[in-house]
Structure formats: C-alpha cells, structure tokens
Design a protein around this ligand. Structure first.
Ligand SMILES: [Zn+2]
Length: 145
C-alpha cells in the first residue's frame, strides 16, 4: 500500500522548501551564489510583497524610484519555470570571475483574477556590495514574445 506523501509546502519558486531555498537569501543570512538563485529569490519575494528585498537586489543603475507594487493590484503568483540551460549556468556561475549572467524564465500569475504569463530574459551583474561581498544584482530584462 502506498501512502500519499505529506511533504511540506515547497518554496514558491518551485524549490523543495523555502527554508533551504530562497528563504536565507531573502532573510539576508546567505548570499545568492548564482544569478538564477537570485532570480528565484526575487520571484519568491514578489509573492511575499517584499519590496525592500526587491529593491536591494536591483542594480542601482536601473532600480525604480517609484513603488514597484500597487495596493490596488491583487497579484497572485502561480509558478515559475526557469528555461535557461540550468546545469551549464550553475557550473559557470561558480566561476569567481563571472560578472554577468542571464536567466530566461516564465512566471505565471493572476492580476485581479486574470491569468498572465511573463516570459523574460533577465540580465544580472555581479559586483562587490556594501561590506565587500560579491553579490548578484538584477539589471533589466527583455521579453522574447
Ligand atoms: Zn526558492
């Protein structure tokens, strides 16, 4: 007899659990090691309406000066699919000299009940942040569709 597993709810980005996935980056107890990890944590932070984290991980050159979330828009994040060549990118990202990377993804969400799909190729740079640690930052994105 097989029993239905009662696994705890996974991370909003699709990872196994928030506490071992995006949680530590958002809490500031760990530094996202790759552009993809940062991108995933930003997706999760959107779902948590964590605007301070989104701004802190946005490169100063493109960081919005206006609020990024509106109280009128009720956004429900439904899922994330990273499309870029994951293994290759993770390997590349371990290279300490890597200062740029891109992540292609599709995020699904609902705004005021209407389903939407965001297909984006995001650009990230890695730079020394306050305190001297190298950190990834979101710069901007292009939309292939
Ligand atoms: Zn996650």
């Amino acid at each position: 007899m097989s029993k239905k597993s009662t696994a705890p709810a996974g991370c909003p980005c699709g990872g196994p659990a928030l506490a071992t996935c995006c949680g530590p980056y958002i809490a500031g107890t760990a530094i996202a090691p790759t552009a993809e990890a940062l991108m995933r944590s930003r997706y999760t932070a959107y779902g948590q309406r964590n605007e301070p984290y989104l701004l802190a991980t946005w490169h100063a050159s493109t960081r919005p000066s206006e609020p990024i979330m509106s109280d009128e828009e009720k956004v429900q994040w439904l899922g994330l699919e990273v499309k870029s060549a994951l293994r290759l990118r993770q390997r590349k990202a371990e290279d300490a000299d890597l200062t740029k990377d891109t992540v292609e993804f599709v995020a699904r969400f609902k705004i005021n009940g209407r389903a939407q799909r965001l297909h984006e190729i995001s650009n990230f740079v890695r730079e020394p942040a306050e305190g001297g640690d190298l950190r990834w930052f979101y710069v901007d994105g292009s939309f292939p569709e």
